[in-house]
Design a protein. Sequence first.
Length: 345
Amino acid sequence: MNEGILIEFERNGQLVPVTSFRSTQSNPPENGIILDGETSQFPRGVVLDLRPLDDATKLAFQRVQRNHDWLSRKTFELEAARQDDRLRIDGVDAESLPPGRYELKMRLSSMQFTQTKQEIRIRKNQSAVVRFREKPPKQKLVLNRSIDSFDEESVRILRHQNSRLDGTSAEDWLVNRPGQDRRKAPLLNMLAKLAALPRVPDPLNRLVHYVFHAEMDRIYASVSEDFHKSVKRTFTKDATIHSTHQRLLLRIPHRLAKQYKLTSYRENAASSMQVVIAEPPAGFTDRTHYADLDIDEANPGWDLARFILHVGDVLDPRKTNHLELRKTLTGGATSDFLYYNVVKA
């Protein structure tokens, strides 16, 4: 038998291709789905729940569990892989995903669907095709000026030859990349913070080289050693560093990145900027530092109990909504450097 499930994703009426899928025992942050070439953020975590709906399917389901000694563990193992821009779900062998009627529930990090669960029928020797449609956003980001009229240092950062996001220049990504407003907002908010802090002697953005990673709640940037010195002088050092910030070491463009030392600092302000610096060892001739830049907010995790297939280090940590955060940043030192508006979609 060759039964399976092919899962498609749709945004604004267009198929969103699955660029890659990874599920390994090592390096959990790099496990999950990359959609539509979003290579400058970590893969999206996946949770899938497959439940038989009728008696015949339940009996077949239980037979597979008994054959694989899964009943006592109350599990049902599945395998997933990318196929033709879609996510394919299979049993662990040719007999392990029986035909029948199922309810399929899908959750994907930072992506909301119009329907999180759908009924499917898997027929003998066939694959069921199911499409999950992204829920239309209630808000959208609109630049309120051209990039040419941004402050000089922000323009320089965006146009640096190494400022590349999802395989294109940061400037082109910001202007022309659709469906990325939740990632564009933190980039713009961080540029505003960097331009506004500290006023004396120089704003931090003069000490930033380029950006190379954009999540929905943070960016990664290459910075100078003087950037670290300035932050150390004007911010408060954290006693501990959350494990989330260890991910910076996975994306530093240096073969010995794991030897870099992480130090965390916090701006002394409400909705404070947090800067986690990766400092090269003393013996390195290249003194380039790297920074994880975010604005500190509460970040509780989801309870992942009961789901059958869980791939990815974090499913959805309810990341800071930087579109909403714009309201907080308006009125302070960052006001002059907020180059976008948030409008109803």
